[in-house]
Design a protein. Structure first.
Length: 344
């Protein structure tokens, strides 16, 4: 019994050797050949390559990918002889997101334009602005290994607003204007991009940040961290306020998008910046978190938060009719909307 396994192996080995080493005699098959009188229309010019009489259509594949999304959110409430009381109001938000991505085996160039503008109207009050954003992001990355998710990258960001901003109910003195402020970020670093998981982390130890306040009145007030105007003891202007401020620091950004439940998508954007020269370690934070609930192809609902902490943006309090500057504080915006969305 102990020899049985060895005999089985020897038998199997013999069968394999004979199967791969035996000579096979092929019996010729005679075929009645007839002369060809018609010239073939598909000439064979090279082994494995066949040319047809007609040219094949060529459809070039573009390295550019585009996605456009526009939407309109509406909220309305009306009261007529309502015993419990209330104020009728209506608000609308127009938004758009336009993306262009250029991709090759070794490089990736992502461009994104985000626009938002919203207004609201309450009974007895004038129309007020509820949202205002113009943002452009561009990131170029190159990788030496096509299998790696790490890119050597350069990033440029720009954001400002469309119209004047007020601290309601005061509509005589705007606290912000187009390009007042405007922010630009330009830097180089490393970018980890996972396309399948829609996850992106950008780390830049070399980033130049510029704050623009292209309105002299706001610049003279030292708004948004620029150097304010200098006056003498009698209130005469000695030097105007600066309309720009440059900083050099460290920037980290993160983008993550995931379907957390069926037809519910979470989108997270985070930006952290710290200046090397002024209060290094004091971090400017911008965080946007949004949930999109898809009803059908054209109708969706969304809820989101937008938080900003910037050490250069001071708060103001009015004491006895005089504006007194305070310290920086957390800026928080929450939104909830239902509306129409069209993607193309």
């Amino acid at each position: 019994m102990k020899l049985l396994p060895n005999l089985f192996i020897l038998f199997s080995l013999t069968i394999c050797i004979n199967s791969y080493s035996q000579e096979t005699t092929l019996t010729p098959i005679l075929v009645d050949l007839k002369p060809i009188t018609v010239i073939p229309t598909v000439p064979i010019t090279a082994p494995g390559k066949i040319k047809t009489g007609l040219p094949l259509p060529i459809f070039p594949v573009s390295a550019w990918q585009s996605k456009n999304t526009v939407g309109l959110d509406l909220n309305e409430i009306a009261f007529v002889n309502w015993n419990a009381g209330g104020v009728s109001s209506i608000s609308g938000l127009l938004k758009g997101n336009f993306t262009r991505i250029y991709t090759t085996e070794d490089s990736k160039w992502t461009n994104e334009l985000i626009v938002r503008y919203g207004i609201s109207k309450q009974d007895g009050l004038i129309i007020r602005k509820s949202d205002d954003e113009f943002r452009f992001n561009s990131t170029f990355g190159y990788r030496s290994n096509p299998l790696s998710n790490w890119y050597h990258s350069a990033k440029f960001n720009f954001n400002t607003q469309f119209t004047y901003g007020y601290k309601y109910p005061d509509t005589n003195s705007p606290i912000s204007k187009p390009f007042a402020p405007a922010y630009t970020f330009l830097g180089v670093g490393a970018d980890y991009f996972d396309k399948a998981k829609k996850f992106d982390v950008y780390i830049s130890p070399l980033t130049l940040k510029n704050t623009l306040v292209l309105d002299q009145k706001l610049a003279d007030q030292g708004a948004f961290g620029v150097a304010k105007a200098v006056y003498d003891a009698e209130g005469n202007l000695i030097s105007e306020g600066k309309q720009s401020k440059s900083e050099f620091g460290f920037l980290i950004t993160n983008y993550y998008k995931k379907e957390v439940w069926k037809n519910v998508t979470m989108e997270n954007r985070l930006s952290l910046y710290s200046d090397y020269l002024n209060n290094f370690g004091n971090i400017d934070v911008e965080w946007k978190l949004q949930f999109d609930l898809v009803v059908n192809q054209y109708v969706s609902a969304n809820i989101g938060t937008h938080a900003i902490y910037d050490d250069d943006v001071k708060t103001y309090e009015e004491i006895n009719g005089v504006k007194v500057a305070g310290g920086p504080t957390l800026q928080l915006k929450q939104s909830l909307g239902v509306g129409m969305v069209y993607a193309f």
